[in-house]
Ligand binder design. Structure first.
Ligand code: UDP
Ligand code: MG
Length: 306
C-alpha cells in the first residue's frame, strides 16, 4: 500500500545507535498522523546492523522496509536504492547516527505541504570536527561558482522531496551521484530551513580525509567540467610563459653566446612540467573513468529486500 511519507535511512556499521534511533524515530513519525514507512538500507555493514534491522522489521512489518546490499556502495547509492523502493508522496532522507533529529522531520513535511518540492535542512550549530567544517566551507564557496548549484547546506542529509523529484532522480540512472545536489538541480521551488544537529555519540564517522578528497573531486567532476577547463587554462598559461622564456633565451644566445649553465634548473623545470602533464592526464582519466562506468551499464547495486 502506498504511504504518505517514506523515510530513507542509509546504515553502515551503526549497531550502537540503531536502538536509540528507533526509540526516537517511530514516536516522532507516529506524531505526524500520516501513514509512513521507514526504509533502512544496510550498506554492507560488517557489524550487527542487519540483524538489528531485521528484528525491528519483524516488530513493525508494515512500517519498515529493509534493503540489504551485497557490499558497501556508499551513502548516496544507499539512498538511491531507498528512493527506488519508496512509495511515499513525500520522501525524507536522514542519517542513522542521530546527528539529525528525527523530531525535525515534521518541519520538513510542513514545508513540502506548503508547496516546496525540495526542502533542505540547514545544520545550525553543526557539530562536526573542525577540519570537516573547513573542507565544507571551501566546498560551498566553490560549488556555486563552478556548478551553479545554490544550496545552503549540501552535506545535511535531513531533507525532504516530493515524489516527482524522487522519480527524476531515479530516472537519471547515474552511478556516482550526490543526491542532494542532483535533486536540487531538478527543483522548481526549493527551500531551506534550519534544523538541529548533534555530535555523533556512538560509533565514528566513516569519512576520513582521503574519502573527503575523493568526495569533493567526484562532486565537481559530476556537476561541472571545471577541472578540465582549469587544466586547459593552466596549459595555456604555462605555454605562454615558456614561449616568453624561449624568446628571452634566444636573445641571450645572440648577445652572450652559448650558455651551458643551469642544467639542474632545467631538470627541475622539466620535472615540474611533466608533473603538470601527468596531473592533466589524471583529470582527463577521471572523466573517462566516469564515462566507462556509465557505458558499461552494470547494475548499480545488488539488493535483497525484507
Ligand atoms: N553511510 C552509509 N554508507 C557508507 C558510509 C555512511 O550508508 O559507506 C551512512 C551512515 O550509516 C550514516 C550516514 O550514511 O547513516 C552518514 O554517515 P556518517 O555519519 O559516517 O557521515 P558524517 O555524518 O560524518 O558526514
Ligand atoms: Mg554522521
Amino acid at each position: 500500500m502506498n504511504k504518505q511519507i517514506s523515510v530513507v535511512i542509509p546504515v553502515y556499521n551503526e549497531e550502537e545507535v540503531l536502538e536509540s534511533l528507533f526509540q526516537r524515530l517511530f514516536p516522532a513519525m507516529d506524531e505526524l498522523k500520516s501513514t509512513y514507512e521507514v526504509i533502512f538500507i544496510n550498506d554492507g555493514s560488517k557489524d550487527k546492523s542487519l540483524e538489528i534491522l531485521t528484528k525491528v522489521h519483524s516488530k513493525y512489518p508494515d512500517k519498515t522496509v529493509i534493503i540489504d546490499f551485497n557490499k558497501n556502495y556508499g551513502q548516496h547509492m544507499a539512498i538511491m536504492a531507498g528512493f527506488e523502493q519508496s512509495s511515499g508522496e513525500i520522501v525524507v532522507t536522514m542519517d542513522a547516527d542521530l546527528q539529525n533529529y528525527p523530531e525535525d522531520i515534521g518541519l520538513l513535511i510542513d514545508q513540502v505541504e506548503q508547496g516546496h518540492d525540495v526542502v533542505g535542512g540547514v545544520r545550525v550549530n553543526r557539530q562536526d570536527k573542525k577540519w570537516r567544517l573547513l573542507v565544507s566551507k571551501l566546498h560551498n564557496s566553490l560549488r556555486l561558482k563552478l556548478t551553479g548549484i545554490d544550496m545552503v547546506d549540501e552535506g545535511c542529509m535531513l531533507r525532504a522531496y516530493t515524489k516527482d523529484i524522487v522519480k527524476q532522480v531515479i530516472a537519471t540512472e547515474e552511478n556516482s551521484t550526490f543526491l542532494p545536489a542532483l535533486a536540487h538541480s531538478f527543483a522548481a521551488n526549493p527551500t531551506d530551513i534550519d534544523v538541529r544537529h548533534a555530535a555523533r555519540e556512538e560509533g565514528t564517522s566513516s569519512y576520513n580525509l582521503y574519502k573527503l578528497i575523493r568526495y569533493n573531486f567526484d562532486f565537481f567532476a559530476n556537476f561541472s567540467k571545471a577541472p578540465l577547463e582549469f587544466f586547459t587554462m593552466l596549459g595555456l598559461a604555462v605555454s605562454t610563459i615558456s614561449f616568453i622564456l624561449f624568446l628571452y633565451l634566444i636573445i641571450q644566445r645572440f648577445m652572450h653566446g652559448p650558455d651551458a649553465e643551469g642544467v639542474f634548473t632545467l631538470f627541475a623545470l622539466t620535472f615540474f612540467f611533466i608533473g603538470i602533464v601527468l596531473m592533466g592526464l589524471g583529470i582527463v582519466g577521471e572523466y573517462i573513468g566516469r564515462i566507462y562506468e556509465e557505458v558499461r551499464k552494470r547494475p548499480r547495486f545488488i539488493i535483497k529486500k525484507y
